[in-house]
Design a protein. Structure first.
Length: 421
């Protein structure tokens, strides 16, 4: 709670004010204290600060006056209604004007004349006048004057006007907005209008992949596993980017995990999958890849796989990779009922022994390292590590050895299952 000191004829009176209290109440208490209600007849009184009158109808929290401020109680001098003040009229998307006007002039007539010269749509029913913290429709001004609204000093008022049929002074075509930086995305994942624009596959055509003799991990890491390169500044920056990407620091303020998951789930629902590419992994590490329509069923998948087996009468089951849930043959649709994405991995389980696929399919099989998604992942990883190694180009004497591009310490690898919070 603040205290306001009111001075009058070398006497002082202290009044406690609350944030919602207006100075008009302070004026009333001061007049009662100094016994000025009977004096001066019908004269009017006001409060001044630094020889300037203060507004009496604004709450204390909006006055922007310091705590313990000293105000002077003075009688108001009637100027006969001839006081001329300057008013600055601001209208969004329009030019501003500064006019001199009498405090007793009809405000509505003044605004209408000004709008006629400036071509402002002031006759629109949604046009409003805003001053201080008050907003009044212009159609309700009628016989109001500046003095009746408590405006007796020069100030700025604001007009809220519609932008229909009027060309703003600041055209949007002259304003250049810098496009927001977007992270690089894979061309296969670009979307338009919520539909995926991926490379289309021939539906229900079986493509086989066999495991390579050399693992993909060993192809990426040509050095020995025990070789631990020295940490560089580029590695630290890369680690920082990985953390920021998972915590949301690169895309705006940090958000809780629960809200982030809800946003991702909502975005996934809006994203319409037109084609489901299903890859089936067999116990002998061979794979087949088949494209299905989004409204195909699990029974269709079982039929395609059965026709690809060397023993078409073999009993088998299909499971999700994670969580490990059986998907029996049924009329459930892939996308709407089973929530399949554009790419889905299924596990083939059976009591039989391999090889499971027909020889005609195995003869045309490709190496698993030649699959499109594996190539893309390898290129992303190699390019990313090469860029991280090239950032730190400044040589230092304290570094006994250089780290190989594409290699970074084992402890620097951030697991996908590692929690940030």
């Amino acid at each position: 709670m603040s205290i306001v000191t009111v001075s009058y004829n070398f006497s002082q009176f202290r009044v406690k004010v609350t944030p919602s209290m207006v100075l008009n109440d302070v004026l009333s208490q001061s007049l009662q204290h100094f016994r000025l209600l009977q004096e001066n007849g019908g004269g009017k009184w006001g409060l001044t600060h630094n020889e300037k009158p203060v507004e009496l109808d604004l709450p204390w929290r909006l006055m922007n006056l310091p705590t313990g401020v000293k105000l002077e109680l003075k009688p108001l001098i009637d100027d006969g209604g001839d006081k001329i003040i300057k008013i600055r009229i601001q209208a969004p998307d329009y030019s501003s004007k500064v006019e001199s006007v009498s405090v007793n002039a009809n405000l509505k007539s003044f605004l209408q004349q000004l709008a006629q010269n400036a071509n402002w749509p002031i006759q629109d029913p949604s046009a409003k006048l805003q001053y201080f913290t008050k907003t009044i429709p212009i159609s309700e001004l009628n016989d109001q004057t500046l003095k009746s609204l408590g405006i007796v000093e020069s100030l700025s008022i604001r007009l809220i006007l519609p932008a229909q049929g009027v060309t703003p002074t600041t055209s949007a075509s002259t304003t250049t907005v810098a496009p927001e930086a977007q992270p690089p995305t894979r061309p296969q994942e670009d979307t338009e209008g919520g539909h995926e624009s991926r490379k289309t596959h021939q539906l229900h055509q079986v493509s086989a992949y066999i495991p390579s003799e050399k693992t993909i991990a060993s192809q990426l890491n040509t050095e020995e596993e025990d070789a631990d390169p020295e940490l560089t500044v580029a590695h630290a920056r890369r680690y920082q980017q990985m953390v920021l990407r998972q915590t949301g620091g690169l895309g705006g303020p940090m958000v809780p995990r629960r809200i982030k998951e809800q946003q991702e789930a909502a975005a996934a629902k809006r994203k319409l999958v037109q084609e489901c590419v299903v890859r089936v992994r067999f116990p002998d590490r061979t794979h087949i890849e088949v494209a299905f329509k989004n409204d195909d069923t699990m029974s269709t998948i079982y039929q395609i796989i059965s026709s690809s087996l060397s023993n078409e009468q073999l009993q088998f089951k299909l499971y999700q990779s994670h969580p490990h849930v059986e998907l029996p043959p049924s009329n459930q649709r892939l996308v709407e009922d089973l929530q399949f994405g554009s790419k889905t991995l299924l596990l083939f389980e059976s009591n039989g022994k391999g090889p499971f696929l027909k020889s005609s399919i195995l003869n045309s099989a490709k190496d698993l390292a030649d699959a499109e998604d594996v190539k893309l992942d390898r290129s992303d990883k190699i390019n990313g590590n090469d860029q991280a190694g090239q950032r730190d180009t400044k040589p230092t004497q304290s570094e006994p050895k250089k780290s190989t591009p594409g290699k970074y310490p084992k402890w620097l690898k951030l697991s996908k299952k590692e929690s940030i919070y």
